[in-house]
Write a protein that binds this ligand. Structure first.
Ligand SMILES: *Cc1c(COP(=O)(O)O)cnc(C)c1O
Length: 364
């Protein structure tokens, strides 16, 4: 019998995540030299990993016959002291993606609803649907989250609200005051998941720790994939109220953060110089891309993160054209006239803008 006939019904409708294309695939497809391809599609750090993280990971390799510390003791201690929160407020995930999934496991299921922006991070909807819950997608006029409309979308069935600040893929953000007001307006049986994957790139990043300390149901999700440059190792975490963290721990697999990732993440946290340099390179990159878009007459959404959403005549075609010339960007089914471009090094940005110009010229 075909497996689909005895699988759970909601799995058959489950959409599939479309990742940014790996360099090796594009090299193969177009006969290009991988060294000449710029991946500006997944918001990775163009500087590579922190040198300190490389060193720690290399040393940890010698112990990879051992299971990792399932409690992430060292990493938990380091993050807890950095954030001045309790160890019992933290839960680590195989990427913050897994933290989002743990939230879905614990709080979502058939009959429950999760509220999210229509241009929110794609994983929110996937995690929601995977649990058989309903994804309530709220319009985002002007590409930013409409907090009043999100509040209005909350029903007695709502268990979770997913909100990225800054948001991916739009790059938009809210002030701390706006987020605090929003969180305070929510019923106490709704978990606000504030996804802060790009928070380290922001000046005056919102701080919801006082709200969590005051007992609000808020979880902030963070990652080592972006500014810390460890996307390939898969480490992220959430910090929240201890009772919420304890529930998430129940849903977690015993050794979800591998040994090399734990060592590298601890070291990356200590590399303040790398983080600062990443921030500086990003800021310069955003400026360079924005100036280039201006020269090309393209409008873009001002970004608080490490990427920019730019309007083009046809997103899918721009993606195709640029990819064949060695710049991988990201197009979106639900935003057919935009591409998202990760800020790269000066040279990468220059090549990207040249390829964008060529695409526009080729259209005549
Ligand atoms: C990149 C990103 C993440 C991080 O994913 P990881 O699983 O930690 O690599 C989470 N949320 C958003 C909005 C992102 O853009």
């Amino acid at each position: 019998m075909e497996a689909a006939r005895f699988a759970q019904a909601h799995i058959l409708d489950q959409p599939v995540y479309q990742p940014g294309k790996p360099i090796s695939h594009v090299a193969r497809e177009f006969g290009l030299d991988p060294a000449g391809i710029d991946k500006m599609a997944s918001n990775e750090n163009p500087l590579g990993p922190s040198p300190k993280a490389i060193e720690a990971a290399t040393a940890a390799v010698r112990e990879m016959n051992l299971y990792p510390d399932g409690s992430c003791w060292d990493l938990t201690g380091k993050v807890a002291s950095r954030l001045e929160i309790g160890r019992d407020q933290l839960v680590f995930g195989n990427g913050s993606n897994e933290v989002l999934e743990l939230v879905a496991h614990v709080f979502l299921g058939p009959g429950a609803e999760a509220v999210m922006g229509v241009y929110g991070f794609a994983v929110y909807k996937l995690a929601t649907l995977l649990m058989g819950a309903r994804a309530v997608e709220v319009p985002m006029p002007g590409f930013g989250h409409d907090l009043a409309a999100m509040r209005a979308a909350v029903t007695p069935r709502t268990r979770v609200i997913f909100l990225a600040n800054p948001n991916n893929p739009t790059g938009t953000s809210h002030t701390g005051a706006e987020l605090v007001e929003f969180a305070r307006s929510l019923p106490e049986d709704v978990l606000l998941v504030l996804d802060e994957a790009y928070t380290e790139y922001q000046d005056n990043a919102p701080d919801l720790r006082p709200l969590i300390a005051a007992g609000h149901a808020v979880l902030c999700a963070r990652t080592f994939s972006k500014i810390y440059g460890l996307a390939g190792l898969r480490v992220g975490y959430g910090f929240t109220r201890p009772d919420i963290a304890a529930l998430l721990q129940r849903a977690r697999a015993p050794f979800n953060i591998n040994l090399i990732a734990q060592a590298a993440a601890v070291a990356a946290l200590d590399d303040a110089e790398f983080v600062q340099r990443s921030r500086d390179v990003n800021r310069a990159g955003l400026r360079q891309l924005a100036a280039g878009f201006g020269e090309l007459g393209l409008s873009y959404v001002p970004s608080a993160a490490n990427f920019i959403l730019v309007q083009v005549p046809d997103g899918a075609k721009a993606f195709q054209f640029m990819q064949a010339r060695g710049t991988i960007v990201r197009s979106f089914g639900n935003m057919p006239r935009h591409v998202r471009i990760t800020a790269g090094t000066a040279a990468q940005n220059e090549r990207c803008l040249a390829n964008l110009r060529a695409y526009l010229a080729a259209r005549g």
